[in-house]
Design a protein around this ligand. Structure first.
Ligand code: TPP
Ligand code: DXP
Ligand code: MG
Length: 644
């Protein structure tokens, strides 16, 4: 790592000659494989942007010039070149974030890991530069996958409108999202790729001619005229040029000199320009290059020599869903699946293999996915849209105004619900059970174990006149939690010790936190506090029997892996008020703040969503109720205070 360790900031790159830059790229690749194989992370995407990122930081002067990354999962090389080379605790508590982080560096701008936003950011910053008279550059790096997101095109529409506002868009085209990138755009990019090498030839020629005295310039002008004609002739009339955005490319994104040359041209261009770089996801690491699933998009720790995972993944929530979807697909030909560029991560692999015509990958386009689902339902099918909980946020209006308003039988399966942790604030699935509370007619299921995933998925797809939601956590599925009784639609998971007539606490356990809630009940028992534990299964609407059950307890406690604000706890409190049940309620959930990255366990502990923390707080509340109760009792003995 002779060269990499000498890079403490981007300007240290200026003193390296091209051969040294190639050597540096090799050092960075071996650093990434060595480091990320230990910690896990986005190895494939970052191996694909090594030369591109080096060139970006040589041509532009970050942080004065803003270099922005879409989604941000491909910013490891950027971090290495901007003074952050300790990857030992990448994505872990106290270690480097797996995405840009303003707290880490002035070179970082966008922390949001939701795709397709970078061009909007660039549009805004470029407008600010123009209005404030700054001649700083704005460079937005966007992947071919992120370019399938509608927001990217909303931004391009605005960017193209300002012919004289400098803005550089770099398309990192590796033909892959999580899966191969889909759609008309992918086809267009592929068409543009066919002029591979043409642009580089011209760029090199121009560089030589511009340095050639006397005949160079006129010859360049002639060639330039020919180039335009030649390019229009051999390349399709690119839609970017039609939009009014100058197109430069396709460029070999692994040829530092070629990328630098293209970026220098873009830097000098006084208006919006798009540099189309062809890269290879997983470049330089054979196991990633050979991976036909997702080119090592996001990996758990692996053996660096073989690329094989260090730990064999057990049964996880995703595979339970995927297996049941396959069975449902066999039983019902009307069931179809939708994914937003994440076929494998959301567990639809088997369904897609069995029913290739009944799976629709819409690209990173959750909003379109939801509206298309309304269309599919209206057309007589039952779509199951499998998506990470956090990514459904951006399709809220479509769920509300297209799916729910029209009473469409669409099932949304939300994977990675609750605290996910290591992917930082924007990846936690902590908003779905709050924002979806306000959708009329929509029903939400929060299965507590594998059996309930299967059962509740079946219940959900049986609903044909309203949207249904099934949401579950990331990773290994918890232990089976059997019911010991049933009240209304709610499963009783634990009766109060001693069969007390009026137990102290009604503990409402939501989804995957059932094992934690049973632990809380045991801890309360040790304090002499009796409790009933129920799993409502369907948390929206609140079960009709819940207020009556609450009335038979002294305190209601709800525990959910969702934001506290507007979550299940709030809904239960409202149901008690509506039923005029005057029993105190304490709701436990994720606090309304953006959570620092770290393991799920660390983050849950940091926000107090653990059995000991909750048991301790509940014990305190019960003690307060007891104290108030004994005061009232005392009041009864001492008689009412004199009216006067
Ligand atoms: C709104 C949204 N949906 C889904 C994802 C999940 N996701 C993370 S990276 C990725 C693929 C991005 O592909 P591309 O932009 O081509 O970048 P590459 O990984 O190829 O460098 C997806 C779908 C996301 N981050 N944001
Ligand atoms: C960047 C992105 O959105 C995902 O790649 C993220 O890493 C979460 O994915 P997993 O939860 O599947 O690891
Ligand atoms: Mg890509």
């Amino acid at each position: 790592m002779a060269l990499l360790t000498r890079i403490n900031g981007p300007r240290d790159l200026d003193r390296l000659a091209q051969p040294q830059l190639v050597e540096l790229a090799a050092e960075i690749r071996s650093f990434l494989v060595d480091a990320v194989s230990k910690t896990g992370g986005h190895l494939g995407p970052n191996l694909g942007v090594v030369e591109l990122t080096i060139a970006l930081h040589r041509v532009f002067d970050s942080p004065r010039d803003r270099i922005l990354f879409d989604t941000g999962h491909q910013s490891y090389v950027h971090k290495l070149l901007t003074g952050r080379q300790d990857f030992s605790r990448l994505k872990s508590t106290g270690g480097l974030s797996g995405y840009p982080s303003r707290a880490e560096s002035a070179h970082d701008v966008i922390e949001n890991s939701h795709a397709s936003t970078v061009l909007g950011w660039a549009d805004g910053i470029a407008k600010a530069n123009e209005l404030l008279g700054r001649d700083d550059h704005v460079v937005a790096v966007i992947g071919d996958g992120a370019l399938t997101g509608g927001m990217a095109w909303e931004a391009l529409n605005n960017i193209a409108a300002a012919k004289d506002r400098p803005l550089v868009v770099v398309v990192n085209d590796n033909e892959w999202s999580y899966s191969p990138t889909i759609g008309g755009l992918a086809n267009h990019l592929a068409t543009l790729r066919t002029t591979d090498g043409y642009e580089q030839f011209l760029a090199r020629t121009r560089e030589v001619l511009e340095r050639t005295p006397l005949i160079g310039r006129p010859l360049y002008e002639t060639l330039h005229g020919a180039k335009k004609g030649l390019k229009d002739f051999i390349t399709p009339q690119g839609m970017f040029e039609d939009l009014g955005i100058k197109y430069v490319g396709p460029i070999d994104g692994h040829d530092i000199e070629a990328v630098e040359s293209a970026l220098q041209r873009a830097r000098r261009f006084h208006g919006p320009v798009l540099v189309h770089c062809i890269t290879e996801k997983g470049r330089g690491y054979t196991p990633a290059e050979r991976d036909r699933i997702d080119r090592f998009h996001g990996i758990s720790p692996i053996h660096p020599d073989t690329g094989l995972p260090l730990s064999a993944g057990g049964a996880d929530w995703t595979s339970v869903f995927g297996d049941e979807m396959l069975e449902l697909g066999k039983e019902r030909s009307d069931i179809v699946a939708i994914t937003a560029a994440m076929l494998h991560p959301v567990g639809l692999t088997k369904f897609a293999e069995a029913f290739p015509d009944r799976v629709f990958d819409v690209g990173i386009a959750e909003q379109h996915g939801a509206v298309s689902a309304a269309g599919l339902a209206t057309g007589g099918l039952h779509p199951v849209f499998a998506v990470y909980a956090t990514f459904l946020n951006r399709a809220f209006d479509q769920v509300l105004m297209d799916v729910a308003l029209h009473k469409c039988g669409v099932t949304f399966v939300l994977d990675r619900a609750g605290v996910t942790g290591s992917d930082g604030a924007s990846h936690n699935g902590m908003w779905d059970m709050s924002i979806l509370q306000v959708v009329p007619g929509l029903r939400i299921a929060a299965p507590r174990d594998a059996d309930q995933v299967r059962a509740q998925l079946r219940e959900a797809v049986a609903v044909e006149d309203a949207p249904t939601v099934v949401r579950y956590s990331k990773g290994a599925v918890g232990p089976a939690v059997p019911a010991v009784g049933r009240i209304g639609g709610m499963d009783v998971l634990r009766e109060p010790a001693g069969g007390t007539e009026q137990p102290d606490v009604l503990l409402v356990s939501v989804g995957a936190l059932a094992p934690m809630c049973l632990e809380i009940a045991a801890l309360l028992d040790a304090q002499g506090i009796t409790s009933t534990v129920v799993d409502p299964r369907w948390v929206k609407p609140v079960d009709d029997e819940l207020p009556g059950l609450a009335a038979r307890h002294r305190l209601v406690v709800t525990v959910e892996d969702n934001g506290r604000v507007g979550g299940v706890g709030s809904a239960v409190a409202q149901a008690l008020r509506d039923a005029e049940v005057d029993v105190p309620l304490r709701d436990f959930g994720i606090p309304p703040r953006f959570l620092e990255h770290g393991s799920r366990k660390d983050v849950m502990a940091a926000i107090g969503l653990t059995a000991p923390d909750i048991a301790r707080q509940v014990t305190g509340v019960v003690a307060t109720i007891d104290a108030r109760f004994s005061d009232e009792e005392a009041g009864a003995v001492l008689g009412e205070p004199d009216a006067g």
